[in-house]
Design a protein around this ligand. Sequence first.
Ligand SMILES: Nc1nc2c(c(=O)[nH]1)N[C@@H](CNc1ccc(C(=O)N[C@@H](CCC(=O)N[C@@H](CCC(=O)N[C@@H](CCC(=O)O)C(=O)O)C(=O)O)C(=O)O)cc1)CN2
Ligand code: MET
Ligand SMILES: [Zn+2]
Length: 767
Amino acid sequence: MVQSSILGFPRMGRLRDLKKACEAYWGGKLSQEDLLKEGKRLRLEHWKIQKDAGVDIIPSNDFAFYDHVLDHIQMFNVIPERYSKHKLDPIDEYFAMGRGHQKNGVDVSALEMVKWFDSNYHYVKPTFQDNQTFKLASNPKAVAEFKEAKEAGITTRPVVLGPVSFLALGKADRGQSVEPISLLDKVLPVYEELLQALKAAGAETVQIDEPVLVFDLLPKVKDAFKPAYQKLSALDAKGPQLVLATYFGDIIHNFDVIPALQSLYALHVDLVRHPEQLESVIQQLGPKQILSAGVVDGRNIWKTNFKKAIEVVESAIQKLGKDRVIVATSSSLVHTPHTLASEKQLPEEVKDWFSFASEKAGEVTVIAKAVTDGPASVREQLESNAKSMQARASSKRTNDPQVKDRQSKVTSAMHDRKSPFPQRYAQQKEKLNLPLFPTTTIGSFPQTSEIRVQRNKFTKGEITAKEYEAFIEKEIQDVVKIQDELDLDVYVHGEPERNDMVQYFGERLEGYVFTTHAWVQSYGSRCVRPPIIVGDISRPAPMTVKESKYAASISKKPMKGMLTGPITCLRWSFPRDDVHQSIQAQQLALALRDEVVDLEAAGIFVIQVDEPALREGLPLRAGRERENYLSWAVDSFKLSTAGVQDSTQIHSHFCYSEFQDFFHAIAALDADVLSIENSKSDAKLLRVFVDQAYPRHIGPGVYDIHSPRVPSEEEIKGRIEEMLQYLKPDQLWINPDCGLKTRQWKETKAALGNMVNAAKYFRGKHT
Ligand SMILES: Nc1nc2c(c(=O)[nH]1)N[C@@H](CNc1ccc(C(=O)N[C@@H](CCC(=O)N[C@@H](CCC(=O)N[C@@H](CCC(=O)O)C(=O)O)C(=O)O)C(=O)O)cc1)CN2
Ligand code: MET
Ligand SMILES: [Zn+2]
């Protein structure tokens, strides 16, 4: 019998119950006991959904209150002393590492959080000390949750992040120089202990995630697989059988590692992204090894094409036999929304094309049944699936000849600004008249509950558009006034009208549909509702001009227009899977180009086009695919911004600090000013701007915005001082790491006040 399997289920719950519980706990409105209870309730509910759908292999330990890597950090006691020394309750210590802690005399910032591979999910980066030791927690979460499920009558397959990935995805703590992978020998005994404890609790198999296998690996990381898995498979009867899981890429380039993995029970590969690896992976399997075939997309919301998926699984079965194949999701479903059943407002036509996590649970079981008992056993499901596929392929919604016509007329000249930077800058300087070390923010100001409540009322029809607009104007007035008081130099309107920087644009563009409940976790308790691209994209009317124009009209300093760039719109939406992403990006770029030009015509002469997702879209491995991506991604940014006069200043923003291997792409955007996340990284990273003689202007973030913690003026001065070792005074802008929408006003004003004072200090010193 071919088994069906899921690699991980979304944690938030149908109505973002986990978000609400965590935020209530942080706000002192929910007890610790009730928080833990809510976690338990959600785990049970999610196991049950999968069980009821008929899934054979259901994961546990995929749940996390904040992040699963953070769970692992705590489970293996990789807790830096600056957290452990406060002897907080375990759950508070956990949240302190995830989001910082500034309470009762404790003041500690969060661990660094970074993108999980090429997704919009963020994980907490393990930080290792030179003298790092590892110790299994007394009641390890993976064991506790396995037992919890078992008590509820569900035997699960625990998910554990593997040793090589755990180390390789981490870094040395600030001021430390340890190479994480060199800690392998020290960490393996703890893995052995954990696996034995799982086995003792009754776990027959364990999913051990080693997603780093899809990367180009440094030799020393690659070499770690052999000793690691020799050791872990030597547990024999004392340990569970291991299913080594990889996802988001192929593993062909790391085949020299596979012999070291052949003795493991099973190997999972992503056959949605890389179906072509199937043949060669099969050849590499050990004589009894099982293939877990990831054929149901864990990263998108399109219904699985059963016919195609069954073909893939059948071709594996032909070579391996039914007992050596598992039908699985390509990755964890944490990247997909909870259930399509909550969507009451989607047009029926398109709803029929989608499948969210709960529906995908059904899909793996149908495919497994089809190949086990033959297609006749699931005839009805196969027929209705074929109908959906057919309906989508022939739908009028997907195709807009006018959009295609415009794309055919795009020229290469449309991608370039009129003059090179020095000429542009001369004109901008005159027009904007900014001081040295100009201060600005990244766009959003706190999205207060008042704002959300008003928007919610408007969405539900409880207040009129006019009332809502008046409310937004009032918000803009307040934000402008606060910026006056803070004495910032380039203002923003604060984005109060936006639910999200991508969803907002999706809702204003043709070719998109959007949902009411399709939330996906981005980090911690924060979720996004990615709009869905179903057809060719165009802009029926200006999207942001009214608010920006109003904001400019009431402010005495330059007002920055604020747009989300084409790549970020694409990446943080659920993209179509029926046309190449470069085509979707160009359609978005043309729509945004019109918006940029309209903003300029409305008197907005600083325009920021955010591209925080540019880096995450980078194919995970170096090579032709990556170069290709960079070429169309950079082109789409340039196409969206190059329509303006030289005197209009184009900004762009990136909230990630890993720009070393990516520098040439950032430089190629030709943006006049870049703001980048930097506060939690070593300022040394800025050296690349010097080495490459980067000529334009840069604002490396001077403080972390993910945490409510207020940085002191001294701390910010220290940061600026470090930056000045690498960047020229007249090149440097002063700004936070990213937008402030997740913050409260109190800490925002305090932090920005300190930031402006720090900037003024250096201004005084340098003029
Ligand atoms: N798409 C996207 N990806 C991103 C980012 C981003 O800004 N957008 N930023 C980076 C970090 N990731 C982030 C992801 C989400 C949030 C965030 O703030 N999310 C909000 C939701 C934002 C939103 O869509 N808000 C809507 C809906 C708000 C809401 O919850 N409404 C209630 C009702 C109103 C109420 O009483 O609160 C409901 O629907 O139940 C709105 O403002 O209109 C949250 O989780 O709290 C921040 C950063 C990377 N990736
Ligand atoms: C994730 S990047 C966010 C940029 C956006 N302009 C903001 O300030 O929220
Ligand atoms: Zn950002």
